[in-house]
Design a protein around this ligand. Structure first.
Ligand code: GAL
Length: 817
C-alpha cells in the first residue's frame, strides 16, 4: 500500500467510526427509559437504563443539569485514546447530581473499560452508616490488560462516608484499582484534574496498583493536577504502583480532626512507586493522630521528586521520608534517591493532642532510607509554640534500620522558637551551606553555615493560603544567604519562582535564586532587583555614561501601561528605575489611558542633551487602526518623559519600529508601513524629534519587528513575518547603504524551533560595550493571554565567514560572545 492509500484507508475508518458515534441524553425528571436516548427530547431517565447500553468509541453521554440521579453509574463499552467516550452535562442548572446513597461501593464505577472521559458531574455516596471501601468514583481493571486513556475532569465529589480506619478498608473520593494475576492490568494515561473532593472519608484520591516488585506492572502517564481537597481527614493523594506519576497544583486544606487514635495519614505521598514528581501542591491543616505531614516519600519508592510545594500548619510536620527495613528485599526496593527541593514549610509539626502528642519533627526520616537529598528548602518554625510541641526540627529514627547518606544543603532553617536535632544511629548525614536562624540546640556540623538572618523580603504573609504568599521569601539585596549556596545541580533547574538555577553558577540559599547568576537564560523568568519579572517588552537599549538602560512596554495582562525603564551595569542584573513614560488622564490627549504604546526605543541627542523616545502609538478605542509614531523627551534617562507629538511619518502608516544612530550621529526611524506590507526608513531631524522627507521604502515583503545593527561597514536588519504575537520565521537582510538596496540572507536562526525564531519575535540588537564586534540579539516570546509574563530571548549574534546568525543556547554568558 502506498502511503497515500494507507492514509486514505485510515481516514475512511475514522470517518466511518465517526459516523457511528452517537450522543445519548439522560434526564432524571422528564426522561423515559423506553425512549431512544438519541435526542434531548427523547432522553432516558435512569442510571439503570444507561448501564444497559454498550457505548462505542466517540460516543457522548449527556446528563441534564439541575437533576438528581440516584443509584450507580456503571457503564459498558470502551473508547480509545483518539475517540474517547465522553460523559458531560447539558442544559441549565447545577451539575447533574449522581447520588449513590451508600447503596453501592461507588456511585460511579468504571469497571474493566478504557477510553472514558467523565466530566462535569456532582457525585456523592453518603449512606446511613459508614462502610469500608466506599467511594465516589472507582476506576478499576482486573485481568483486563492495558487500559488506555481514562480522564476524570471537573467532577465535584463530596460526602462519601467510608470507614475512618485504614485496616478496615477506608474509603475515598476517588479510588483507582488495577490488578489481576492472569492478565496483568495497568493504566496508560490516567488523568484526574480540576476536581473538587469534599468531605470524603477517609481519603481523597488513591491509586491501588501492584505494589510488589515481584509482580511489578506500574501505571504510566498518571497525572493528578489542579484538584482541591477539603474536609478530608486522612490521606490526600496517594499513588501506589505507578511509574513517573505527576502530581501538581493540588490543594489539600481544612482537614478535620476525625480519625481515631492510632490512624496514620498524610497529605500527598507515593508508596511503591518510581520517579514520582510532586510539585506546586499546597497541603495545610493536616491533623491525623499519627504522621500528619504535608508530604511523604514512603517505602518501596525510587527517585521521588518533591519540589516547589507549600506545606503549612500540618500538625505532624512537613515531610516524612521513610522505609520499613523489615520488608522483604524481593518485594521492596527500599527508599532510594528521594530529592526534596525548593519547598516551603511554615508552622508544621505543632501537634499537642492525642496519644502521639509531643511527637512531630518538622522533617522525619525513619528507617533505612538511602541517598536522600534535601536542598534549597525553607522551613519556618513560628514563635510561641505550645510548650507541649515537639521542638525537633529534623529527626532520624529507627524503623528496622536507620537512614544512610542524607544531604541537607542550601536550606534555610528559620526558627523563631528553639529547635533541636536528632540523628539517632543514622549514618552519613551531611549538613552543608545551610542557614540557621534563631536558636538551634545541637546545631549540626556544617562546614559553611550562614548564621545571620537571611533577610527575606517579608514574612508578613507567611502561612497565608495560596502560593502567592511565598513571594515574601525572595531574599533581600543585602541578604547574607545570597550566593552562599553550594552549586548542586548538573542541569539547569528552576527555583520556586521559575527562575533559573544554572550548573556551575553560584546559588542562593533558600527557595529563590534571585540575583546571583551571571548568565542569560533565554525564556526563563527574569527577576529585577525586587524579584518581579522584568516588565519591558518589545524593548530597546540605550548605553549612557557607563549604564545600560532597558526601555520596554509595561504590560498589565494585556493592558498597555506605558514604558518601563530598568538599569544595569553588567546586563545580567536589572534594577527597576521607573515608569519612564506614562499614559495620561486627559481624554483629549493622544496618549490618554487606553491607548497602546509598543516597541519604545530611546536614543540620546548629543546636541540637545535630550533623551528622545520613539514608540508605536495606537489611539484609544481604535484597535490598531491609527498606526502612528509617538515621540517623547526627557532630560534624564530614567524619565519622566514628556509627550511631544504623534503622527504618521510623512503621512505613512507606522507600526512596529526601531531607531538607529549611525557613526556620524545621524538617526533613523525604521518602521512597518502600509498595513505592514512595507518596511520604510526615514532620516530624523538633527534634534531627533521629527522625520525628514528623506524617507524611503526598504522593501515590500510583509515584514515587521525590525532590529538593525551595523557590522564591518554593512547594515543588517532582522525582521519577522506578520502573524501578530504568534511566532514565525525570521529573515535577515543586508545592505551597504541604509537606503538600500537590501538583500535577503534568509533565515539566520539555528537550533531547536529556529524556524519560528525560537518561538519569539525580534525587537533589538545590542552592541555590547567594551567588546569588539559583540552583539546580542533580543526577542520577545509573547504570551498574548498574559503579556506581562512574556519572556525575553537574548542570544549572541555569531558570524559565519562574516554572515550573522543566531544559535539557540539554554544558558550563556558574555564570555561566550
Ligand atoms: C505584532 C507586533 C507587536 C504587536 C502585536 C499585536 O505583529 O510585532 O508589537 O503589535 O503584533 O498583535
Amino acid at each position: 500500500m502506498t502511503n497515500t492509500t494507507k492514509y486514505l484507508v485510515i481516514a475512511c475508518c475514522l470517518m466511518v467510526q465517526g459516523l457511528y458515534a452517537d450522543t445519548y441524553y439522560v434526564d432524571a425528571l422528564i426522561g423515559n427509559d423506553g425512549a431512544s436516548g438519541r435526542d434531548s427530547t427523547a432522553a432516558w431517565r435512569s442510571l439503570d437504563r444507561v448501564n444497559q447500553a454498550t457505548f462505542q468509541p466517540g460516543d457522548t453521554l449527556l446528563f441534564r443539569s439541575g437533576r438528581i440521579y440516584e443509584g450507580q453509574f456503571k457503564p459498558q463499552g470502551s473508547g480509545s485514546e483518539a475517540q474517547p467516550i465522553v460523559v458531560a452535562n447539558f442544559g441549565e442548572g447545577y451539575k447533574p447530581r449522581l447520588q449513590g446513597n451508600g447503596l453501592f461501593l461507588a456511585t460511579v464505577h468504571l469497571y474493566n473499560v478504557a477510553g472514558w472521559e467523565v466530566t462535569g458531574l456532582d457525585i456523592s455516596n453518603d449512606g446511613p452508616e459508614r462502610a469500608a471501601g466506599r467511594a465516589g468514583v472507582i476506576v478499576e481493571i482486573r485481568d483486563f490488560g492495558v487500559a488506555r486513556s481514562i480522564r476524570l475532569r471537573n467532577l465535584d465529589i463530596h460526602d462519601v462516608n467510608g470507614s475512618l480506619v485504614k485496616k478496615e478498608g477506608g474509603g475515598a473520593g476517588i479510588i483507582v484499582k488495577n490488578g489481576g494475576r492472569e492478565t496483568p492490568s495497568w493504566y496508560e494515561g490516567l488523568t484526574i484534574e480540576h476536581c473538587t473532593i469534599q468531605r470524603t472519608h477517609r481519603n481523597g484520591i488513591l491509586i491501588n496498583g501492584y505494589w510488589s516488585r515481584e509482580d511489578w506492572h506500574p501505571n504510566r502517564s498518571v497525572v493528578i493536577r489542579h484538584n482541591v481537597l477539603e474536609g478530608v481527614p486522612g490521606d490526600g493523594i496517594v499513588p501506589i504502583g505507578c511509574d513517573s506519576a505527576l502530581i501538581e497544583w493540588n490543594v489539600m486544606r481544612d482537614c478535620p480532626r476525625l480519625l481515631p487514635d492510632g490512624e496514620a495519614a498524610a497529605g500527598i505521598w507515593p508508596w511503591s512507586c518510581d520517579n514520582t514528581v510532586i510539585q506546586f501542591n499546597e497541603v495545610s491543616d493536616h491533623k491525623a493522630p499519627w504522621d500528619a505531614q504535608g508530604f511523604d516519600s514512603d517505602w518501596n519508592c525510587r527517585n521521588t521528586l518533591i519540589q516547589y510545594n507549600y506545606s503549612h500548619d500540618n500538625e505532624g510536620g512537613f515531610l516524612l521520608v521513610c522505609n520499613d527495613g523489615s520488608a522483604s528485599k524481593r518485594s521492596s526496593v527500599g527508599n532510594t534517591g528521594t530529592v526534596v527541593r525548593y519547598n516551603v514549610s511554615v508552622n508544621d509539626g505543632g501537634r499537642i493532642t492525642g496519644k502521639h502528642a509531643g511527637f512531630s519533627p518538622v522533617i522525619h526520616l525513619p528507617g533505612p532510607t538511602f541517598d536522600t537529598k534535601l536542598y534549597n528548602n525553607v522551613l519556618i518554625v513560628p514563635a510561641h509554640r505550645h510548650p507541649d510541641t515537639d521542638s525537633t526540627l529534623i529527626a532520624f529514627d529507627n524503623w528496622h534500620g536507620y537512614p544512610d547518606s542524607t544531604l541537607f544543603a542550601n536550606n534555610i532553617f528559620y526558627a523563631l522558637s528553639p529547635v533541636d536535632y536528632e540523628a539517632a544511629k543514622a549514618t552519613r548525614i551531611f549538613y552543608t551551606h545551610n542557614s540557621y536562624h534563631g536558636e538551634h540546640i545541637g546545631r549540626p556540623d556544617d562546614p559553611a553555615p550562614v548564621l545571620d538572618d537571611p533577610l527575606f523580603l517579608t514574612l508578613e504573609n507567611m502561612g497565608h493560603p495560596g502560593m502567592d504568599a511565598l513571594k515574601g521569601l525572595l531574599l533581600r539585596g543585602d541578604s547574607p544567604a545570597k550566593g552562599k549556596g553550594r552549586p548542586l545541580v548538573d542541569t539547569a533547574v528552576n527555583d520556586l519562582f521559575g527562575r533559573p538555577v544554572l550548573p556551575g553558577q553560584p546559588a542562593d540559599i533558600g527557595v529563590s535564586n534571585n540575583l546571583s547568576s551571571n548568565a542569560f537564560a533565554p525564556c526563563q523568568l527574569w527577576p529585577d532587583d525586587s524579584g518581579e519579572h522584568i516588565n519591558a517588552h518589545g524593548g530597546g537599549m540605550l548605553y549612557h555614561d557607563g549604564v545600560y538602560y532597558w526601555y520596554g512596554e509595561k504590560r498589565g495582562g494585556r493592558q498597555s501601561q506605558g514604558v518601563n525603564v530598568y538599569s544595569s551595569t553588567d546586563l545580567y542584573h536589572w534594577r527597576h528605575e521607573a515608569l519612564a513614560f506614562s499614559p495620561v488622564d486627559d481624554p483629549q490627549s493622544d496618549i490618554t489611558w487606553g491607548c497602546i504604546m509598543e516597541r519604545p526605543k530611546v536614543i540620546y541627542n548629543e546636541k540637545t542633551k535630550q533623551f528622545v523616545m520613539w514608540f508605536h502609538l495606537e489611539l484609544r478605542g481604535q484597535g490598531y487602526a491609527a498606526a502612528r509614531a509617538g515621540v517623547a523627551v526627557s532630560d534624564s534617562p530614567t524619565g519622566p518623559f514628556r509627550f511631544v507629538d504623534s503622527f504618521r511619518p510623512n503621512g505613512n502608516m507606522s507600526r512596529d519600529m526601531g531607531l538607529f544612530v549611525d557613526d556620524d550621529g545621524s538617526a533613523y526611524h525604521i518602521y512597518a508601513s502600509d498595513d505592514n506590507y512595507d518596511l520604510r526608513i526615514a532620516r530624523l531631524t538633527d534634534d531627533y524629534l521629527k522625520p525628514t522627507p528623506q524617507d524611503s521604502l526598504l522593501f515590500r515583503e510583509h515584514r515587521e519587528a525590525p532590529a538593525l545593527f551595523k557590522y564591518r561597514g554593512k547594515y543588517y536588519l532582522f525582521t519577522s513575518a506578520c502573524t501578530g504575537w504568534r511566532p514565525n520565521q525570521a529573515r535577515l537582510y543586508v545592505a551597504d547603504d541604509l537606503f538600500g538596496p537590501w538583500t535577503s540572507l534568509g533565515d539566520p536562526m539555528r537550533g531547536p524551533q529556529s524556524e519560528i525564531t525560537f518561538d519569539a519575535q525580534s525587537t533589538f540588537v545590542l552592541p555590547v560595550v567594551g567588546k569588539t564586534e559583540a552583539f546580542i540579539f533580543m526577542a520577545d516570546r509573547w504570551k498574548p493571554e498574559n503579556l506581562t509574563d512574556s519572556r525575553y530571548i537574548w542570544l549572541p549574534v555569531r558570524f559565519d565567514e562574516g554572515t550573522p546568525y543566531v544559535q539557540w543556547m539554554d544558558a550563556w554568558s558574555l564570555e561566550d560572545l
